[in-house]
Design a protein. Sequence first.
Length: 71
Amino acid sequence: MTTMMSTSCKGAGQVALVLGGIVLAAGVAAAVWTLLAKRDGAGDPFAVADRRIDELEEQLHRLREVIAHSS
């Protein structure tokens, strides 16, 4: 009976450690996301993503023009 009790306690402790690690990783990811958003000068991370997507689309358009002119 003691062996079953200690095994279940170890399992519960491991589960608690895993959940704690997940919560810690999520907190760090949220902090990094917030710092990156503030560094870019925008409070809305979706606005930053939209701006970056627009920049990439412009670069793709320029690349297509260069390829068309070189052919």
